[in-house]
Design a protein around this ligand. Structure first.
Ligand SMILES: *Cc1c(COP(=O)(O)O)cnc(C)c1O
Length: 245
């Protein structure tokens, strides 16, 4: 096997082991956590290597890149989730390419999605992105406004709310990161208890390369790993997470 493929295999194996250990620590079944490979900037050949190793869940956060990759991989059994900031003029393309859109964070976006889905006579699973770190530069609905947003979106019959997503505070300090995950878990429990029709928050998408083990301890069902799987990206993250304009 060539070097790159070998690294990928080793990385994935090591990550699976650590995911398993994190599950064990808190008495969770290892199958209750799915590993999403965040493949932004990663080329098709590398993605195909991951697929051949048995991985099928990928995350992208640019619509153009998502669309092109999902098109090229349409014959394989892969699932793409959109995890980036969604602009209005790219909604249709995103709906066509992603199985799940994890980054819905305001009502006007949801309304436009509903409209497009009616036209296409289709439905879509979505997660609500919550800003648990309260950093102004990040997207996501504020925790305090999340229940209200979910109530509103739940009335849109083409959208099925199936989870919550967050990016925790970027910090080495675990004691500041962990509360972000706790907030998401708490919101999940609160909303589930309300029994809102058309809402079933099974999924908690939280945890990235630097903090996935903490996220698993706090209840993540999907961890989104890029760097830890594929290595450092060539472009800085600011390219993918532009400041809010
Ligand atoms: C890039 C990205 C990730 C993965 O980040 P890594 O630190 O490379 O694992 C996860 N979630 C979102 C929303 C991203 O944009």
């Amino acid at each position: 096997m060539e070097d790159a493929a070998c690294n990928l295999k080793n990385n994935l194996r090591a990550l699976q082991k650590r995911i398993e250990l994190a599950c064990e620590r808190v008495g969770r079944d290892k199958d209750s956590v799915r590993l999403m490979l965040v493949s932004k900037t990663v080329d098709i050949a590398r993605i195909k290597q991951a697929v051949s190793l048995g991985f099928h869940l990928f995350g992208e956060n640019k619509v153009q890149e998502l669309s092109s990759k999902s098109h090229q991989l349409q014959d394989s059994q892969v699932e793409f989730h959109f995890i980036g900031h969604l602009q209005k003029n790219k909604i249709k393309k995103c709906l066509d390419s992603a199985q799940v859109i994890q980054s819905v964070d305001h009502f006007t976006l949801a309304l436009e999605m509903q409209r497009q889905l009616e036209l296409a006579d289709s439905i879509k699973q979505i997660y609500i992105q919550v800003n648990t770190s309260q950093e102004i530069s990040k997207f996501g609905v504020a925790p305090d406004c999340t229940v209200e947003l979910i109530r509103q979106i739940s009335k849109l019959d083409r959208l099925q709310i199936r989870g919550l997503m967050t990016l925790a505070l970027f910090s080495q300090d675990e004691s500041r990161v962990r509360p972000c995950f706790k907030i998401l878990k708490l919101l999940q429990t609160q909303v589930m208890d309300m029994g809102i029709p058309n809402v079933d928050l099974q999924e908690l998408s939280m945890g990235m390369s630097g903090d996935y083990e903490v996220a698993i301890e706090e209840g993540a069902t999907i961890v989104r790993l890029g760097t830890a799987v594929f290595g450092e990206r060539l472009r800085p993250d600011s390219y993918y997470w532009p400041e809010k304009s």
